[in-house]
Each structure stands twice: as structure tokens, then as C-alpha cells.
Design a protein. Structure first.
Lengths: 611, 398
């Protein structure tokens, strides 16, 4: 052997050395060169992330009374991707789930097929599941793959239907919304405001979801004490609305007592703070927190006449009737068509061109100037003004300045533009063949008393009245007053700038207010029967709008207290008849609630009987 | 010291009483070899304690206790073997070989099945895996056959004889099925033949045949629909070439082991280790114990372990050169290859450069049979060393 053996041993040693070198090199490569990568991979390996939804902020009224907060609910969710693949097993599981949740297999299947708001996301089968069912599912987890029970926050409405249209509802973010900039950073399954202030102030209310990272083993099972670093959810901030619950409740109750579709808006004339805004018929916002029955869906979404989800105060489109006369008066005075004392003869009717326009009810008031014309609501007086301004555009100019036919800028979705008929609008429409005739004096005559093609809503009217009342500031109506953090500290106050400022001569302002005050609280005034006995001096105007195919629509807009009003309230009742019949009593109840006083009936301090 | 001094005070001119170390034979042993073996065994027990603390509910020390006992028994066996002249095994070669083949065959009859293979006897206190001890037995027996048959037959006949002798038990073990141990037995056979002076041409031919065989088994046979390996074996053997192909399958284990080792970085993650503590790495107390070391103790720990193995192999090679006879050279060479092959394949498997073959890491992987067999093999090395020292002493004394 000798040398040859020595060679073999040396060779073996050399090979061993080389192979050990390979191992060392590999070890160095894994641990030192690429260690960071592997460490990251290992860290990632052992954790699973769970999103923890943040409680949504509460919504309060101006006095801090809770309008919306949260309750927790256990929701049964199905992850379609984790259901058994074999049809038989899948069917068996779904059938058992349907039985456990007292629903039909068909409905479960339909829900899964429709999917969540975002495809592939877990589907909520049922909310508010009982503890018994939760325990049962937990004990039999292996029989229900893909089923989980999540603790979710559900909106809770302690005041029930109060302010339902303002508050709006919340819902899971959908696919389109996920792409929007305002929802950046949100994920499928997150809940956002879908309407009302829930929508408008969503970014304050929604908070930020947290992430819990749980240590899991290779089978994905959480390990004992394995909760790791987690990002706490940040609760949403509270939104304080300018709503006065008493005013709001009074307005809603007044509408409800009439029982006809209608709306009201009550607003601070200086700041634009909305004290109450409501629409009838209303709905129970909590229906959105539970699965809806078909009947509920039909009632909410498929009734074009009652349309309970529509906020008529903001989105309604109506002619205003005589409540428009304030605007006509402003336009006529400012464009010097009349002075505050110019008399116009009211013989009960006026003929312009081939058309004859009559006073409502066939009354004739003789020679009237502005104040009495407003007091008795002389149509002929305002017909004349409309006629005199028919080709000057002054009426439209001032109406537009006062906010008619344009969005008010309120912090609610559905802020309607409306329609202010003008010469240009009508002629353009005529050229396109949308109507049978071009603009004529008659159109302006109609507009002067809030008839014809005019389409506006209580909110726009309230803004117009407030502008006159405050001396020319077109306020931005707003509901959101401030944002409080969850501890109650004010973190932000909203004080939107007025839309614009007008110059309204103070002589004109006081003359018009005087006319409106006389209409409300002087004998012979159109709403004296209603406001005659109300202890707070009020300036108010009735309106009775004719709508083709409907009964007359009742309007009332009031400013109080006269002569330096703080608030404006505008009420409209579809098919409510004369302004004094339906809308004015509703306005009275709102003002009563605001001033906290009870009217002692018609025989008030001002005395007298209705004229 | 005090006692020695008093003894010297009493004159006894005719006998020199050897000291306690002398009587235990310690001066004739290889201290480095002993140190590396004991260090590795201790490190193995220490690692197991952390790796398996949660494995058996309410018995955190289940694996540690057992491994410590096996190691204790193994160390005792190592010592006893080192005091026996290994040359005796040469005379017992036929008996050893018969015992080897019988024990690995009897497993088919009396063995307990675990994960689809029968490779162990269920003894009252532990399950004994004869193929583990068989590695050492094959070294001892085959080395004997090589020495004795060195002058019988032509070179080619001898080569074929050795091959048959070595591959017979390997084939039996392969059928259990235990691919890993079969490969070790094959490696031992080739190593003994290599050291035993089989011609280079023959070795080259064997190498060529083996390469062709691997190609047939892994590529050709499955393609024509006559697989020789079981599916999982095939998958394990080939998945390391492309571990990311099926992260959930066989490649998964290796990926997780590599991730574990990589995550250990320089100094290891200690108790923050998650890969090997939370079941991401399978078989972490046996085949993938090196991943535990890599993750917990980092490059420092893993390199230390590799260095200890290098030390062990180096001493084994050194003992080859010291051996007083050819049998010792062959046995030491066989044991060196047996250890090195297992270390390289196992560590390579953990590091993602070798296929998964189910070969334990000597002294570190949990398993009584393996620890015992490895320590006995070290005992045989010590014996060769001791006999060499004793004969040197005898020569110099003469």
C-alpha cells in the first residue's frame, strides 16, 4: 500500500476539505449574504394579518345629544373561496347554515352568488347572530369551512327616525368607490357613509382600521400568546351637527301630522347653520343595518311618488308659488322698476298680450303699494312687476343672485340645482324643439309669482329669504358644525365662507320685511290666522303653487323674529292646498319649538280676526 | 497527588503501578477525536432541548431526556469499544456480516412500521433500528473481507465480490424502504474498496455505472412508466433542484429549512426563532436539526458545528495514517466516509444543495440507534488509535 495508500488518503482528505468548503460557503451565502431576506421571509411566515375595523364616530346634535352611535353585533360571514369545492359537501354546509340562520338555502346561495360589495370578499350572511349559534359554530369549526363570526360595528339610532334624511346610511365600500380618491387606503369590506352627512363627513367619521398580526404556526393556527405588534384601530371622530333636535323633531312631527309628502328647512340666517331639515315620508335608518325584506326594499326604492329616501328639502324640485314674491320684490326695487311706495292698481286681473292673469280666489285689492301687496299677496301687483321686467332679465339676475336655480353648497349629497326659467333658457329649449313656444312676457309674469317652469326647493328659498334678512349675505347652508375627537375635544370647527355678498338697500329690505310681517301678523295678512297669535314677531309668506296633475302645493317661508330675523324656516307640502292651510301651521310649530313658546291661538297680543 | 506522594514514600522497586488515567487507557486515546464527539453529542442534546420543548405536551424534556440517555449509553459503549482491540472484529467478520444481514432482514418480519416503512424493532425501552448499527457492522465486516480476500481471485473478481458483499445489505435496507441508509451503506462499500486498493479503472467503471443508474432511476424509468423509486422518494430527490416549484410539497420542507437557516444570520435568533419553533420546518429534531442550529445560533453556531465535524473527520483520516495494520486503515477509512457522507448529505439537504434523503446528522439528530452507532464508530476509531499508540510504545520499549 504505502505511497499509493497515502495518495488515496490525501485525495479523500482533499475531497472532504473541498466539500466542507462548499458547506461553509453555502452557509455564509444563506446566513450572511442573504440573511436579511430570509429573516423577512421567516417573519412573514409566522404572522397573519387581520383587519380590525374602527368604530365609526358618533353624530350629535348641536347640544350634544346623540343622533347616531354604534352598537356591536356578531356577524356571520362566509368566505366563498374557502367553501368546500365538492358540490355535495358545499351544498350540505350551506343547507345547514341556512337552517341555523333561519333562512332558505336559496337565499344563502343568492347572497354568495351576488357576493359582497367587492367580488371575492366575504359575504355577510346574517348580522346579530345569537351567542348560542356562535358557540355552536365555534365548536364545530371543522364542519363549517369558510364560515367565520366577526364582531362588527353597526350604526345605532337612539332617536329612531329623527333626522333620517340628514344622517344617511353606511354600507360596504363598493368597487367603483374603491377607485375614488376620497377613499384611498380603504380596503374591500370597509364601511363608508353612503348618503347624508355619513357620506359628506365620512373622512372624519370613519376612523382608521387597525391591523392585528397574529403569530401562527405552519398550519395557520394561532399560537399561544401569539398576538404580535398590532396597529390599533383609530376610532372615528364625532361629528356635531348644527341640528337642534327640538326644532328637527317639531318639523318632522308637523310634516307627519299632515301626512302628505313635504319638506322643511330651518336655518340661522346669519351663519347658514341648519337647525332642522326634514322630508316626509321618512324612513327608519336602522333598516340598513339589517337584511331587508322585499317589501322594505320596494317601499324604500321602488315608490317614485312617495320616494321616502329622497330628501325633498334639498333635492325636491317645485314651483314655489307666492313665496317667490320676495325675490320679485327685491329685483323690482333694485332695478328701480318700482319704489317702495309705487302704487299699482289691482283690479283682480291683468291682461298681457292675449293672456289674462287673475288673482287667486278672484280677489281685487284696488291700488296697492309693495307692503300691502305682500300682506295680501296681490298677484296682479307682482304680475305687473314680472311683465315690466320680462325682457330686462332683472328678475332672473336677482333670483340667481339670491340662489335660485343653483346648488346651495350644503354639506349633503343631492344638492339640487333646480331651474330658474329665463329668456335664454326657454329660447334655447325652443330651438332644440323642447317646447312649443319661445320666451314670452307671460313666462316672466308667471315666474314673478313663483309659477311656470320654476323648480326650486325649501333650501334654496330659505337661502334667498336669509339673504334678504341678513342684509345681503348669501350664506352657505351647513349641517356640520364641528368635529370632536373621541374624547370630546373640539378638533375642527366648520365655518364656511358665504357664497357671495349682495348689496340690498336697507330701505328695500325693511319694506319687504314689513310686508311679510304684515302678511303674518297683521289682520288681513295671508297667514294672520296662523301667526296672528304667535308672541314672537314673524315675517312670513304663504305660497300656493299650481302643479299640473297635482293638487296645489302649499308653501310657507317665515323669518323671525321681525324686524331682525335670526332664523328662517321654509316649509312645503305637496298637494297641501293653500299656503296657510298646511305649510304655515307646520312652520308655526317649528318656530314654536325654536322659541320654546306656545302660541295662545289666534287671539294673541296683536288681536283681531283673520282678514 | 497527596496519595501518590505517600505511595512513593514506600519503596516498591519491582512494580510500577500505573496511574488511574493510565489504567483507563486515556493517554492512548485521541483527545481531539473524543472532544469533538462529546462536544457534538452535548451540543445535540442542548439544541434538542430548545427545538422540542413544545413537541410532546406536558413533557418538555421528552426528547432531551431520551437523547441524553442514548448519548450516555453511547459514550459508555464508545469507551468500552476503545479498550477492545478492533482486530478481533476482523476475525468475527462472517458472524458480524451474518448478524447485519439477518437483523436488517428480520425487520421485514418483526419490525414496526413507521410512515410506510419498516426499519426498526420495537424494544421495551426504545425502538432499535438495525440499519443504523449496520453501517458500522458493514465497515467492520467488509474491511475484514477485503483484507482476507486480497489475494484470492483476480482483481476483477475481487471488485465484484466486494460490491456484492456491500450492496446486499444496502439493497435490503433500500427495500425497507430506507433510501438514506441504503445510500450510506453504498458509500461505505465504495469507501472501503477505494481504501482497499481497488483499481482506479474499476472505481471509474463503478462510478460510471452508478451515474447511469441514477439517470435511469430518476429520469428514464419514470418516463417509460416503470418507476423504481416510490413517488415521494422521487419527489424528494428531485425537488431540491427546483424547490420553489411546489412550495406546498417536498420542496416546501427544504424552503422552510433554508429560510430558517438564512434567518439566523450571524448570531442567530435564539428564542425568537420561529421557523423551527412553530412547525414550519418539519422533522426538526431529526433530519432538519441543522436548520434549528442555523436559526437559533446563526452562522456562529452552525459554523462551530461544521468545524467540529471537520475536526472529527480529520482525526479519522489521521487515524488511518497511524493504524498499525491494514484492517485498521480500512475500518478508519470506512468510518470516516460513513461520517462524512452523512454530514455532507444532511447538512447539504438543510442548506438546499442536496436532495432530501432522510439521512440523520450524526450525533445531533434525535434517534438512539444513530447516536449509539456513531459513538460506537468513534469508539472503534479510538481503539485503532489506542492500538497504534500501544504498538508504537511497544516498539519504542523494545
Amino acid at each position: 500500500m504505502g505511497n499509493r495508500l497515502g495518495l488515496r488518503i490525501a485525495l479523500f482528505g482533499g475531497v472532504a476539505l473541498a466539500l466542507f468548503a462548499v458547506l461553509f460557503f453555502r452557509l455564509w451565502f444563506l446566513q450572511i449574504l442573504n440573511g436579511d431576506e430570509y429573516l423577512a421571509e421567516a417573519r412573514n411566515n409566522r404572522t397573519r394579518e387581520f383587519r380590525v375595523t374602527a368604530p365609526r364616530g358618533a353624530i350629535l346634535d348641536r347640544d350634544g345629544e346623540v343622533l347616531v352611535d354604534n352598537r356591536t353585533s356578531l356577524a356571520l360571514q362566509i368566505d366563498p373561496r374557502k367553501l368546500p369545492a365538492r358540490p355535495k359537501r358545499r351544498r350540505a354546509e350551506l343547507a345547514e347554515l341556512a337552517e341555523l340562520t333561519h333562512t332558505s338555502l336559496r337565499r344563502v346561495r343568492r347572497l354568495i352568488k351576488e357576493g359582497g360589495a367587492v367580488p371575492g370578499a366575504p359575504v355577510t350572511l346574517r348580522r346579530d347572530v345569537g351567542h348560542f349559534l356562535v358557540y355552536y359554530l365555534q365548536e364545530n369549526q371543522d364542519r363549517f369551512p369558510g364560515v367565520s363570526v366577526q364582531r362588527v360595528f353597526v350604526r345605532h339610532y337612539p332617536q329612531e327616525t329623527l333626522a333620517a334624511h340628514i344622517l344617511g346610511n353606511v354600507g360596504e365600500i363598493n368597487e367603483e368607490q374603491l377607485k375614488e380618491k376620497r377613499y384611498r387606503g380603504l380596503q374591500p369590506g370597509d364601511v363608508i357613509g353612503q348618503d347624508g352627512v355619513e357620506y359628506a363627513y365620512d373622512r372624519f367619521l370613519r376612523g382608521r382600521a387597525g391591523v392585528t398580526r397574529i403569530q401562527v404556526d405552519a398550519l395557520g393556527q394561532p399560537t399561544a400568546g401569539g398576538q404580535l405588534l398590532s396597529t390599533e384601530p383609530v376610532p372615528g371622530d364625532n361629528l356635531r351637527l348644527s341640528i337642534d333636535s327640538d326644532v328637527q323633531a317639531a318639523g318632522e312631527a308637523a310634516l307627519a301630522s299632515i301626512g302628505l309628502p313635504g319638506a322643511f328647512t330651518t336655518m340661522d340666517v346669519h351663519s347658514g347653520e341648519i337647525l332642522g331639515v326634514g322630508s316626509h315620508p321618512t324612513f327608519d335608518p336602522s333598516v340598513f343595518t339589517r337584511p331587508m325584506t322585499q317589501a322594505q326594499v320596494n317601499a324604500l326604492y321602488r315608490d317614485p311618488i312617495l320616494a321616502p329616501l329622497t330628501n325633498r328639502a334639498v333635492s325636491g324640485l317645485y314651483p314655489t308659488g307666492s313665496t317667490f314674491k320676495l325675490i320679485t320684490a327685491v329685483a323690482a326695487l333694485e332695478s328701480e322698476v318700482i319704489t317702495t311706495s309705487t302704487p299699482i292698481y289691482d283690479g283682480g286681473s291683468i291682461t298681457i298680450g292675449e293672456q289674462t292673469f287673475q288673482n287667486a280666489g278672484g280677489a281685487a285689492y284696488g291700488s296697492v303699494s309693495l307692503v300691502p301687496a305682500l300682506q295680501v299677496s296681490s298677484d296682479v301687483f307682482f304680475y305687473t312687476l314680472g311683465w315690466k321686467m320680462w325682457d330686462t332679465g332683472e328678475l332672473q339676475r336677482w333670483a340667481h343672485k339670491l340662489g335660485i336655480g343653483r346648488p346651495t353648497g350644503i354639506d349633503l349629497p343631492g344638492d339640487a340645482e333646480g331651474l330658474l326659467p329665463s329668456e335664454k333658457w326657454r329660447n334655447d329649449l325652443y330651438e332644440r324643439g323642447g317646447t312649443d313656444r319661445p320666451w314670452s312676457a307671460g313666462d316672466n309674469v308667471q315666474l314673478a309669482i313663483g309659477q311656470g317652469d320654476l323648480q326650486t326647493n325649501p333650501l334654496q328659498m330659505a337661502v334667498a329669504y336669509a339673504t334678504l334678512a341678513n342684509g345681503g349675505t348669501v350664506v352657505t347652508p351647513r349641517l356640520g358644525m364641528q368635529i370632536d375627537d373621541p374624547a370630546g375635544r373640539v378638533i375642527r370647527e366648520f365655518d364656511p365662507r358665504p357664497r357671495r355678498s349682495l348689496r340690498i338697500d336697507s330701505e328695500y329690505r325693511s319694506a319687504i320685511l314689513e310686508g311679510l310681517h304684515a302678511a303674518a301678523q297683521s289682520p288681513g295678512g295671508t297667514s294672520y290666522a296662523i301667526f296672528g297669535g304667535f308672541p314672537v314677531p314673524v315675517a312670513g309668506k304663504t305660497g300656493t303653487a299650481q302643479r299640473v296633475g297635482y293638487e296645489d302645493q302649499s308653501w310657507y317661508v317665515a323669518l323671525a323674529p321681525y324686524p331682525n330675523p335670526r332664523i328662517v324656516t321654509a316649509v312645503t307640502i305637496e298637494q297641501g292646498g293653500f299656503g296657510a292651510d298646511a305649510a304655515a301651521p307646520a312652520a308655526l310649530r317649528i318656530l314654536e319649538a325654536y322659541f320654546g313658546k306656545r302660541s295662545s291661538g289666534v287671539a294673541g297680543p296683536n288681536g283681531g280676526s283673520p282678514g | 497527588m497527596y496519595a501518590t506522594r505517600t505511595r512513593r514514600a514506600r519503596p516498591e522497586p519491582f512494580t510500577v503501578r500505573p496511574g488511574i488515567a493510565e489504567r483507563l487507557g486515556l493517554p492512548y486515546m485521541d483527545p481531539v477525536l473524543g472532544f469533538s464527539a462529546i462536544a457534538l453529542a452535548a451540543f445535540g442534546v442542548y439544541t434538542l432541548q430548545h427545538a422540542t420543548v413544545n413537541d410532546v405536551p406536558s413533557q418538555p424534556d421528552y426528547f432531551v431526556d431520551r437523547q441524553a440517555i442514548y448519548a450516555g449509553i453511547g459514550l459508555l459503549g464508545m469507551y468500552l469499544l476503545s479498550r477492545i482491540d478492533y482486530s478481533r472484529f476482523r476475525e468475527l467478520r462472517v458472524g458480524i456480516y451474518t448478524f447485519l444481514c439477518a437483523s436488517v432482514s428480520l425487520v421485514f418480519v418483526f419490525g414496526v412500521a413507521a410512515r410506510g416503512s419498516r426499519r426498526a424493532f420495537d424494544l421495551p425501552f426504545f425502538s432499535f433500528q438495525p440499519s443504523e448499527l449496520g453501517k458500522l457492522l458493514l465497515v467492520l465486516a467488509l474491511a475484514g473481507f477485503v483484507i482476507d480476500g486480497a489475494r484470492r481471485g483476480s482483481a476483477r473478481q475481487r471488485t465484484v465480490r466486494y460490491l456484492c458483499l456491500g450492496f446486499a445489505p444496502a439493497a435490503l435496507v433500500f427495500l425497507q424502504p430506507d433510501l438514506g441508509t441504503a445510500l450510506v451503506l453504498g458509500a461505505i462499500t465504495l469507501a472501503v474498496m477505494y481504501v482497499g486498493g481497488v483499481r482506479w479503472t474499476h472505481l471509474t467503471a463503478i462510478g460510471g455505472v452508478l451515474a447511469a443508474l441514477v439517470a435511469v432511476v430518476l429520469v428514464a424509468a419514470p418516463t417509460v412508466g416503470a418507476p423504481i423509486l416510490k413517488d415521494y422518494q422521487q419527489e424528494r430527490l428531485t425537488s431540491f433542484l427546483n424547490p420553489t416549484e411546489d412550495p406546498g410539497g417536498a420542496g416546501y420542507q427544504q424552503n422552510q429549512a433554508m429560510t430558517a437557516i438564512g434567518a439566523g444570520e450571524v448570531t442567530g435568533r435564539g428564542d425568537a426563532a420561529t421557523q423551527t419553533r412553530l412547525d414550519f420546518v418539519p422533522e426538526r429534531h431529526t433530519d432538519f436539526i441543522f436548520a434549528v442550529i442555523g436559526e437559533r445560533y446563526g452562522f456562529v453556531g452552525a459554523a462551530l458545528v461544521l468545524s467540529l465535524y471537520a475536526l472529527l473527520i480529520w482525526r479519522a483520516l489521521r487515524i488511518m495514517t497511524l493504524s498499525k495494520n491494514s484492517y485498521g486503515i480500512l475500518v478508519a477509512g470506512g468510518i470516516a466516509v460513513m461520517l462524512f457522507f452523512q454530514v455532507f448529505v444532511n447538512v447539504g439537504m438543510n442548506l438546499g444543495i442536496m436532495p432530501i434523503t432522510g439521512i440523520p446528522l450524526p450525533l445531533l439528530s434525535y434517534g438512539g440507534s444513530s447516536v449509539l452507532a456513531t459513538l460506537l464508530a468513534v469508539g472503534v476509531l479510538q481503539s485503532i488509535h489506542m492500538q497504534a499508540r500501544l504498538s508504537q510504545q511497544g516498539r519504542s520499549a523494545r
